[in-house]
Design a binder for this molecule. Structure first.
Ligand code: FES
Length: 186
């Protein structure tokens, strides 16, 4: 027969044992979770863009050789970006447009950082075709901007949707002029 002290000691032992067992369970669980995460990480990580793709996340373009009235296409994040060095008459025409009637109502000022330079992603906002208009002989549509041959969307020289099924203006990508001649996109 155990003394009271012996009973208490025995109880204490059992509690300690229980606590130790809990700790082992928790530790094993953590090891399992950590082990799984460590194993899974290389597989997850390899889905992130590779270094050569990352380098396209931003692009710097020397625009000094682009002449007035000339349009140039560059690639940014795998998409064409249209750069249009607009003539003064085009700028005033675009600024004078009554935007209240437009499907995607934006003033020209909202779409450019410098009046002379229009920079837009060259992907039709309908179903993603590349609109015509970058080449000199291209069909530029009824507003002289861009024309999407897939389903006939017309954009003006601010890249705004004027006619056709496209719901939105051509997207203006994030960009800044690092100097008068250096344009950084992205
Ligand atoms: S994708 Fe341009 S009009 Fe349909």
């Amino acid at each position: 027969m155990m003394t009271k002290t012996a009973v208490e000691e025995n109880k204490l032992d059992q509690e300690t044992e229980g606590t130790r067992r809990d700790f082992i369970y928790v530790a094993t669980g953590m090891m399992g979770t950590f082990g799984l995460a460590a194993t899974a990480w290389p597989f997850i990580d390899q889905m992130n863009p590779a270094a050569d793709v990352l380098s396209l996340a931003s692009a710097e373009i020397d625009v000094s050789s682009i002449e007035l009235g000339q349009r140039v296409t560059v690639t940014w994040r795998g998409q064409p970006v249209f750069i249009d060095r607009r003539r003064p008459e085009t700028i005033s025409e675009m600024q004078a447009v009554d935007v209240s009637q437009l499907k995607d109502s934006q003033t020209d000022e909202m779409r450019v950082k410098q009046d002379e330079w229009l920079v837009v992603v060259g992907v039709c906002t309908h179903l993603g075709c590349v609109p015509l208009g970058q080449g000199d002989g291209d069909n530029r549509g009824e507003w002289g901007g861009w024309f999407c041959p897939c389903h006939g969307s017309h954009y003006d020289q601010s890249g705004r949707i004027m006619k056709g099924p496209a719901p939105k203006n051509l997207v203006v990508p994030p960009y800044e002029f690092k100097s008068d001649t250096l344009l950084a996109i992205g």
